[in-house]
Each structure stands twice: as structure tokens, then as C-alpha cells.
Design a protein around this ligand. Structure first.
Ligand code: FES
Length: 356
């Protein structure tokens, strides 16, 4: 089913830290199935802010047994949406909310007896909270390790929730790591880097069969965790979610489409059984932008190759993607593309948003 926007009412807004709120939505009974989610998925929120259509994706922080749909939004400097969410939104407001998406997920099962390892920093903890809470409530025979980096204890989003889980579940191993405050343990001061990974791996993980390593936060931490587990021969166990396009990749995306022949392509975009046709040069705008210019109401959020909201299937011809941080290899093999990153490289291209 293609993700769609629906108007939901904000049920509750809770201050989590000085610069983070969590927002819970009322889901009417007729939309309950559409908003069922898997721990780790996210919602794309849409608002008109000063006359501009602003969309951002935020991970769901509620667990699957919470009977709640809640996301956390950390205010970032000059962040249009995050400032609006932290300072202007209130319970009772209506908001356009897309149905849940995302492949950085875990599906808990009570028969599992697994060892899960999580690394999170800052607001990257949001999907991790949903995953960990859901595992602990469902899999009593599994062990969960969380290495959670923040500047200070006061900055630590969901600290009281994690502390509560730590008191309740003996199979939860919670390690806070603080970069601008003394944690009281030298091994837990600083950032999550190679040395920290090595220390905790040797002290706590080396004898365990690890089912999966899940990491979400700044690109530098994700790279560090990946490199560490590559060195242990466990890269295939690592799953990660980026919040933004990596800086180096964004620079790369600014260069031309590359070695392919530049064509002036006849592109047809299909959405909700309607067709929109236009010509588009390989080195011109991306397919998503061109489709918007042709008045097609196409779905998007990050426009950076990260979120997957703009996914569509190429039915005829070929396109080239500049970046792809969202689609799996098998999806690409089936012909799915991120239209915000796609440029035509054949004279005729047909792309459908109606195929899932
Ligand atoms: S809009 Fe996010 S990947 Fe295209």
C-alpha cells in the first residue's frame, strides 16, 4: 500500500528535554490499520509554515504495545519544522501525517532468544526506544544492550523511560556515555568511538552470538560502529538509519549525472491512475521535481535519498539515481527508484508511483 497523508489530531505534546518534544496523535478507528507500525518506522509530518509546504520525517518512539502513535522532535538550529513543533504546536491541532514507512525495523517474537546490540546518540535514540521497548515486552529470553551517547544527563532524551526499563528488565543492559559531563566511570566519558566500541565489546559482548547491531545517530558514529563490526567480521549484522544525507554524498550529488549519454527524455509519471508527461534532460532536474512542475501531487519528504517517501517503479526505460540510502538491493533489482534522485538516461521513461 502506498503511503498517504491523512489529517490527524494531536492528542498530547510532552516536553522530553529542554529542546525536545514528543507528539502523540489520535488515530480514528477507520485509519487504525493504516497506522499500524513496526518498531523502527517513522512518520512524515507536513505543515504550511509561513506559506511554505514543509515536510519532515520523525521516528516513532512508542512501543508496539503502547496503543499510541508518538514521535519525538528535537529542535535544531534554524530548523523550520522542529522549531514550529517545539514552540507552536499544541494538543488539539490538526496535522497532515503520512502512514508509517521505513525499513530500519525489528519484528519482536516471543519465541526469540537473541542478543541485540544498539548504539544511539542524541535524537537518534527515537526509533531505538520503540525497538527496545517492544523487544523487552515481547522477548523475555532475549538480551538487549544499549550504548547511548549524549552531551549531558539533562540532554538525554527519554532518560527516565530508559531508567524505568532498566529497573524493570534484568535482560536490559543500559550504558549512558556522556561527552560533556563526568559520568562517574571513565569508560563512559566521551563519544561513542572505536575505543568505546572495543571496550564494551571486550567487556560485555565478545562471547555472545549477536543477532543484530542497530545504530542510529550522527553519520560519524554510524561509520565508527560499522567499521568496528567490519573488523570483527560482522558487517552483515549491522543495520543503521541516517537522519540526513551524508555531507560527502551530498557534495557528490551536486556533480553531473556522469558518464552516461545525456538524452532529452519523454517521461511519463503515473500516480493514482493519472498520467503526467513532460520532457526532461538527463542533466536537468530530478524526476520528482519535474513531476511536481507538471502538477503531479507526488509524495516526498527529505529530497536527499534517505527517507524512501518518493519511491516509484520504472516500468519502461532507465533512470540513474545519484544517491540511494533508502532502497534495498532487491528493490532496486525490481525496478524501484527514489524519484528525488532519479534522472532519465533513455529517450522514453515511464515511472509509476502506484506499484508497491
Ligand atoms: S524524498 Fe526522501 S528519498 Fe526521496
Amino acid at each position: 500500500m502506498r503511503a498517504t497523508f491523512n489529517q490527524l489530531t494531536i492528542k498530547d505534546i510532552r516536553k522530553e528535554t529542554a529542546d525536545t518534544v514528543s507528539i502523540a496523535f489520535d488515530v480514528p478507528a477507520n485509519l487504525a490499520d493504516a497506522y499500524k507500525y513496526v518498531p523502527g518506522q517513522y512518520l512524515t509530518l507536513k505543515a504550511m509554515i509561513n506559506g511554505e509546504d514543509v515536510r519532515r520525517s520523525y521516528s516513532i518512539c512508542s512501543g508496539i504495545n503502547d496503543n499510541e502513535l508518538r514521535v519525538a522532535v528535537k529542535e535544531v538550529e534554524n530548523g523550520k519544522f522542529s522549531s514550529y513543533a517545539n514552540n507552536s504546536l499544541k494538543a488539539g491541532d490538526q496535522m497532515e501525517v503520512m502512514t508509517p514507512e521505513g525499513g530500519f525495523t525489528i519484528t519482536p517474537n516471543s519465541v526469540n532468544a537473541n542478543n541485540y546490540v544498539f548504539y544511539a546518540a542524541g535524537s537518534g535514540v527515537t526509533p531505538v526506544l520503540s525497538m527496545i521497548k517492544s523487544i523487552l515486552e515481547t522477548e523475555s529470553n532475549s538480551n538487549v544492550f544499549l550504548y547511548y551517547g549524549n552531551k549531558t544527563a539533562a540532554d538525554t532524551i527519554f532518560k527516565s523511560t530508559f531508567d524505568g526499563l532498566d529497573s524493570k528488565y534484568s535482560n536490559f543492559n543500559l550504558r549512558y556515555i556522556l561527552s560533556r559531563e563526568d559520568s562517574g566511570d571513565a569508560n563512559r566519558n566521551g563519544r561513542i568511538d572505536n575505543d568505546k566500541c572495543a571496550h564494551f565489546f571486550d567487556a560485555e559482548l565478545r562471547d555472545l552470538k549477536i543477532e543484530g547491531v542497530y545504530t542510529c545517530g550522527p553519520e560519524s558514529m554510524i561509520e565508527c560502529v560499522k567499521d568496528f563490526y567490519i573488523s570483527k567480521g560482522l558487517l552483515h549484522k549491522v543495520h543503521f538509519e541516517l537522519f540526513t544525507t551524508p555531507v560527502a554524498a551530498a557534495d557528490e550529488a551536486n556533480v553531473s549525472i556522469g558518464e552516461d549519454v545525456i538524452v532529452n527524455s519523454n517521461v511519463t509519471v503515473i500516480i493514482d491512475d493519472e498520467e503526467y508527461s513532460f520532457t526532461l534532460k538527463s542533466d536537468g532536474p530530478d524526476v520528482l521535481s519535474a513531476a511536481q512542475d507538471a502538477d503531479a501531487d507526488v509524495p516526498f519528504s527529505c529530497k536527499g535519498g534517505v527517507c524512501c517517501t518518493c519511491k516509484a517503479k520504472v516500468l519502461e526505460g532507465k533512470v540513474k539515481m545519484k544517491l540511494n540510502y533508502a532502497l534495498e538491493e532487491d528493490e532496486v533489482a525490481e525496478g524501484f527508484v527514489l524519484t528525488c534522485q532519479s534522472h532519465p538516461i533513455t529517450e522514453k521513461v515511464v515511472i509509476s508511483y502506484d506499484e508497491y
